[in-house]
Design a protein. Sequence first.
Length: 224
Amino acid sequence: MARPATGTALAGLTAARPHSRRDPLAGVELLALDLETTGLDPRRHEVLAIGLVPVVAGEVVLGGARGQRVRPAGSVGGSAVVHGLTDDALAGEPLLEQVLPEVLGAMLDGSATTPRRRVLLAHFAQIERDFLAAACRRTYGAVVRMPVVDTLELERRLLRARPDEVPPGRLRLDACRRAHGLPRYAAHDPVTDALACAELFLAQCAVLQERLRRPLRLGDVLVR
C-alpha cells in the first residue's frame, strides 16, 4: 500500500495509533460520518455534503458536530430530488480535496501526546468507507485502513437473522431508530443523519451489553 506524503492530513492519520479489538469500548472515540452523494459508486459519483458527529465516552458530543457542503466537479443531476442539493446551491462551496484535510483531522481523537485514530461509525458504512477511500487515493495517492462500526450490520446481528429473513426496509436508519424507541428525524441532512446514527449506536450498545452481560469491547461492534 502506498504511503501518503509527509505533512499531509492523511500522513498524520496514518501515524496515529489504532485501537485494538480488545480495547474497552467505553474508552474508544468514534466519529459518526454521513455523506450525501450523487450516487452509490465512488468511481462515477461525487460527494456533495458531509456530516460529522463525535461519540466520546459513550456520549454524543453535539458541540463537535459539523457539516460541510461540497462543490462537485460535475452536475448533481437527478440526485437533487433525494437530498435537495442543487448545482446553484453548491456553486460557491469548496471542492472535496479542500475539505478532506478537515475530515481526516476529525478522525483523530485530539490527544496532545499520542493521538489515536477514531473509529468510523456509519449506517451502511460501505458508502462512507468507499467514498472516503476514493477521495484519499485521488488526493494523496494512498489510503489508510480504518476500523469501522456499521449500525446497519450491528442491527442485523441484534436481530439474529439471515439477510433473507429481515423484512424489507427493517434495516433502514429510520426503521432501526423506531425499533429502539428513538425519535424520528428528517432524512438527507448529513449532520442530522450522522447524529441519528450515533444515537442509534448507543441504543444498540445498551442492548448488546445487556445480552452479553459484560462491558463491551471494540471487537464486539466492529464490522466483521
